[in-house]
Design a protein around this ligand. Structure first.
Ligand code: DGT
Ligand code: CA
Ligand code: CA
Length: 577
């Protein structure tokens, strides 16, 4: 799938136009940024859309105008983007990766290029070693330190890719294989199937009687950058998006066992193997064998493997060796929450602040997805970059919401809320009167994020004790591989949340996933409730819900743990203060 690469290039064009300065309007820069977000967050292959519906189809995507649609067409047809190539001549530096470093914008990166000929992250590292950067005007020892920290944070991810990027890619490849007619079955396994927040590599299992042809098809896919290993049953490739992918062709009678094995995780598998040994059986990716070497779990399904071992089948999200094997043996597995349990989304942004779509567009899109309500949570004034609102603006906002609700005639309901900043002292940055008018209050920390642990914890606890806070949004403020969590004593925060009936958010944005699965497990121990939200800034972001639901499943949450599984009236009662 070309989405990730294309989005990266569109973003780089925006960066380079910005560097060009006055020659280009802010409007044009913004258009490229918007297009990059649209393409980057798209859950289906943009090439597929073009092949099916042409430039018109592209223009139906939010934020894609005629000009950029033409560029996308050019890229799909020729593999090149002339605007990008032209600008790149003047700015031959790896902006895409340099700007991934926290605190490194295009301007800074270009300055480093102009003065020190730094072109990429490796060059930057060398210059840091040689202490060259501190001597530049506008930089200093402190900024050297900051850049070093940014690089360390980026590399601490160990090259693991966000699930939100890896999964759509895996699905696109799987779908192409299915369409090819060369295979009977293709299933995505590994950490992707377990829906881990990041993925080390992709694992795809195939059932095929034309193994060699299938492998030829795979190695000639446009997604593939290079072939690492190629054989009739096992092929590994490097994908252009910067991820490896293992393919294995497995015979039908071993498929269930192989799927179980290649889903893992490793610790879960090791435990299963021990259980097999106790039953005098041998478990491998080829099957479950008795002493006469007969496969007693032959066939396509995993269920059989678990069943013969005396366990109930469990969802892949649970297979992390966190106690699920014992529960499966005792037939006491929890009934995990499902995507279809979700009735609404309580964290959504519109054009009123930094969202791309109108209230009505958001409502229509959410209704099409079968949601019964969405909570409108545009920002408060401290988030001034987003055009955050004060009391007066909120009044207009709520009136507009009423109007749209009248027009919608009950098809879906917009709820009145706001993503209200929790200030340094734990107070909110809008008046109590405004808070009173909200159906519920979603509070978040965005400013003064470097506070120490005690102070930060007090700040959050105070907001919870105010009696106004209903949902604590993206509680740790982390961005995976990009920004560390704020310093919080989560035990104290969860205790205060329990006392004050504050719901914890699981933010479904792929780079946030906040709370994480581990923190959600901890929060559940305190008896807390959760709200799984998309934090949508455009209608296409509603698609992110599946990532938040996956976090919830990985934390063993059930329907009753999650407030936005309730019908509208029930939910409003629950959130009333
Ligand atoms: P990743 O790729 O780092 O995100 O994580 P996984 O879980 O996808 O790991 P990967 O790709 O190395 O292996 C795929 C699956 O194969 C893994 O989930 C479990 C299984 N597996 C890998 N190595 C071993 C092993 O040494 N023993 C057993 N029993 N299973 C293994
Ligand atoms: Ca893997
Ligand atoms: Ca692998």
């Amino acid at each position: 799938m070309i989405n990730t690469k294309l989005a990266e290039m569109l973003n780089e064009i925006a960066d380079m136009l910005e560097l060009e300065g006055e020659k280009y309007s802010r409007f044009e820069v913004l258009a490229y940024r918007k297009a990059a977000v649209t393409i980057g967050s798209l859950q289906e292959d943009v090439e597929g859309i073009y092949r099916k519906s042409g430039v018109e189809g592209l223009m139906e995507l939010p934020g894609i105008g005629k000009g950029i649609a033409g560029s996308i067409k050019e890229y799909i047809e020729t593999g090149k983007l002339s605007k990008y190539e032209m600008l790149k001549k003047k700015y031959p530096l790896d902006l895409a990766n340099l700007t991934k470093i926290q605190g490194m914008g295009a301007k800074k990166a270009f300055k480093l290029y102009q003065n020190l000929k730094i072109k990429d992250v490796n060059g930057l590292k060398k210059a840091l070693e040689q202490q060259k950067i501190r001597k530049l005007e506008g930089f200093g020892e402190q900024s050297e330190e900051q850049i070093k920290k940014g690089i360390a944070l980026l590399e601490s991810g160990g090259g693991r890719m966000l699930l939100g990027t890896a999964l759509p890619e895996a699905e696109a490849i799987r779908d192409k294989l299915v369409k090819s007619g060369l295979i009977e079955k293709a299933v995505i396994g590994g950490s992707t199937r377990r829906m881990r927040e990041t993925v080390g590599d992709l694992d795809i299992l195939l059932m095929s009687s034309k193994g060699e042809k299938a492998m030829d098809f795979i190695t000639s896919l446009p997604e593939v950058e290079s072939v690492l290993v190629k054989g009739p049953t096992k092929t590994s490739v490097r994908l252009k998006i910067g991820l490896n992918c293992d393919f294995r062709v497995v015979p039908k009678e071993s498929f269930g066992a192989a799927l179980q094995y290649f889903t893992g995780n490793k610790d879960h598998n090791v435990k299963l193997r021990e259980i097999a040994i106790k039953k005098r059986l041998k478990l491998s990716e080829w099957g479950l064998f008795d002493r006469k070497e007969k496969n007693v779990a032959a066939g396509e399904s995993e269920e059989q493997v678990y069943k013969v071992l005396g366990l109930d089948w469990m969802e892949p999200e649970m297979r992390e060796d966190r106690g699920e094997i014992d529960l499966a043996q005792q037939h006491r597995l929890p009934a995990l929450i499902k995507g279809s349990d979700i009735k609404g989304d309580l964290h959504v942004h519109s054009k009123y602040t930094d969202g791309a779509d109108t209230l009505e567009e958001l409502a229509e899109a959410a209704a099409r997805l079968g949601l019964k309500y969405i909570g409108m949570t545009d920002h408060s004034k401290s988030e001034y970059i987003t055009g955050g609102m004060g009391d007066k603006e909120y009044e207009k906002y709520f009136a507009a919401i009423d109007k749209v609700n009248d027009k919608l005639g009950g098809k879906i309901k917009l709820l009145k809320s706001g993503e209200v900043d929790i200030l340094k002292d734990g107070s909110f940055d809008v008046s109590d009167k405004t808070l009173d008018q909200m159906d519920y209050v979603l509070g978040a920390i965005h400013t003064s994020t470097k506070m120490g642990r005690d102070e930060m914890t007090k700040r959050v606890v105070k907001a919870m004790e105010s009696g106004y806070l209903n949902i604590f949004a993206h509680p740790t403020e982390r961005l995976i591989n990009e920004r560390n969590p704020i310093a919080l004593d989560l035990d104290k925060v969860f205790e205060a949340a329990k006392k004050n009936n504050v719901v914890m958010e699981i933010d479904s944005q792929p780079s946030r996933l906040d709370l994480s699965d581990e923190n959600a497990i901890k929060a559940k121990k305190y008896g807390l409730k959760f709200s799984i939200d998309t934090d949508a800034h455009r209608t296409s972001h509603f698609q992110y819900m599946r990532y938040g639901v996956a976090v919830a499943k990985r934390a063993w949450l059930t329907k009753i743990d999650v407030v936005n599984t309730k019908e509208t009236d029930e939910l409003l009662k629950l959130l009333k203060k």
